[in-house]
Write a protein that binds this ligand. Structure first.
Ligand code: FAD
Ligand code: UDP
Length: 407
């Protein structure tokens, strides 16, 4: 069996970026293993039976404020500019979410200006000394009625918990605006890979030093494949055989459908905070810009059991995670990276930034330098002891890998 410098578990953003940098940046030999049948992790997309590009694990929209992350990923894909818009189905109407001026005017049949909306919200907002929970975030901005219409039901469905039981960061992802900006995100860069995420990952991993092994749990092969270090991007509690008990992750079930008409929804995503068992419905052609006489959608149902998708941000879980993190810190030769392994509710760009930072630390370089690093094989003179007959055991000049990373 071949020897590898790194065995990387998980071919999502974290694992694939590290594979790419270690191979193309530092000339390391990498084996990338995933138990799924494909690369890309949760961002995987593919053409369904009707020939429509869909995201197998729910809608993935790329957005970032990081020029560095955007430039790095742009090496592997051209982009389609896309501004994400979401509507919420509330009181039988489809209104913009994040809540903005149009949301309030439409919902209450008003004709407020931005200034008037400020006063409208101020009259309803509940004072909070400290913003601790996901309930605090919303009621302190928009009051209880709007909180109940837009956030309480959705959050209970999505997390199986009341917003008062979740850290502020969860609902703080969704802002409130008094202008008419209907974009879901306001990041500097918002775009979709023109030919899909999977194609971007394939380009990233197309390197002679990277071997990819799919449909394989790393535990089946870790003792068979010689490697110097391990990079692990799966759930951290699983790595340690649940030593301190299960770390809660929220699971999802996806129901994909294709319909025999060009479009079903006015926008890519419709949220259903109060009706139905699913949380949201996504129509992919809005995201991808694909033209097709049919259309494909996905319903998301949140579940307590199944494959882990979301870390659940709340104090008791962070405490349990810290115990695993201490174990991870004490485990030599293993790096824990990504959304499941560092138990962080991270977007794709945050995972990309984290992976690039980890690589920079391994290489002993700044992140900017680490991103630019290109491995160039060097011809190096190597001296070896003479054999008894006076000849050299191996040729004097040998093509050797330059050691660009700290090893
Ligand atoms: P993952 O993509 O989860 O990859 C981990 C991989 O490790 C998996 O493929 C898994 O199969 C593999 N693995 C685990 N254990 C083992 C093992 N024992 N052996 C072998 N392989 C193993 N982010 C955005 O920026 N924008 C969005 O619009 C967005 N939408 C999202 C929608 C949903 C429904 C979800 C769930 C997430 C969304 N995200 C979004 C977040 C995004 O998916 C993540 O930030 C990113 O994909 C995480 O990458 P990762 O490499 O850390 O983990
Ligand atoms: N949320 C909500 N109502 C909405 C949209 C979001 O209550 O219409 C809350 C909910 O708790 C959700 C969180 O805000 O889980 C973050 O929303 P986001 O759209 O960022 O979720 P993701 O895309 O990560 O699933």
């Amino acid at each position: 069996m071949e020897a590898f410098d790194y065995l990387i578990v998980g071919a999502g953003f974290a694992g694939s970026i590290l594979a790419e940098r270690l191979a193309r940046g530092s000339g390391k030999r990498v084996l990338l293993v995933d138990r799924r049948a494909h690369v890309g992790g949760n961002a995987y997309d593919h053409y369904d039976d009707a020939g429509i590009l869909v995201h197998k694990y729910g809608p993935h929209i790329f957005h970032t404020n990081s020029q560095e992350v955007f430039d790095y990923l742009s090496r592997f894909t051209p982009w389609r500019q896309y501004q994400h818009r979401v509507l919420a189905c509330v009181d039988g109407q489809l209104v913009p979410i994040p809540i903005n001026l149009d949301t309030i005017n439409q919902l209450y049949g008003l004709n407020l200006t931005s200034l008037e909306m400020d006063s409208f919200l101020a009259a309803r907002a509940e004072k909070r000394e400290v913003i601790r929970t996901s309930e605090d975030v919303v009621v302190s901005k928009v009051g209880r009625e709007l909180y109940e219409k837009f956030f309480r039901g959705y959050t209970r469905k999505q997390w199986g918990l009341d917003p008062s039981e979740l850290d502020a960061q969860v609902t703080a992802r969704v802002p409130t605006r008094t202008n008419r900006d209907a974009r879901y995100f306001t990041d500097t860069f918002q775009a979709m890979p023109s030919r899909g995420f999977t194609r971007m990952f394939q380009n990233m991993l197309d390197h002679p030093n990277i071997s990819v092994l799919l449909n394989t749990d790393y535990r089946e092969i870790k003792n068979l494949v010689p490697h110097r270090e391990l990079i692990y991007t799966g759930p951290i509690d699983e790595y340690f055989d649940f030593e301190f008990g299960k770390l809660p992750y929220r699971c999802l079930e996806f129901k994909h459908e294709t319909h025999n008409r060009e479009f079903l929804q006015p926008v890519a995503v419709i949220n259903y905070p109060n009706d139905y068992a699913f949380t949201r419905v996504t129509e992919f052609k809005h995201l991808t810009g694909q033209e097709h006489p049919k259309t494909s959608i996905v319903y998301e149902f949140s579940r307590a059991e199944g494959d882990p998708y979301y870390p659940i941000p709340r104090a008791e879980n962070s405490e349990l995670y810290r115990k695993y993190q201490a174990l991870a810190d004490a485990t030599e030769g293993v790096h824990f990276v990504g959304r499941l392994a560092t138990y962080r509710y991270y977007n794709m760009d945050q995972v990309a930034a984290q992976a690039l930072t980890v690589f920079a630390q391994m290489a002993g370089l700044s992140r900017a330098e680490a991103i630019e690093l290109e491995y160039e094989p060097k011809l190096t003179a190597v001296t070896f002891p003479l054999n008894g007959n006076g000849s050299h055991a191996v040729p004097l000049r040998k093509r050797r890998r330059a050691v660009a990373t700290a090893s």
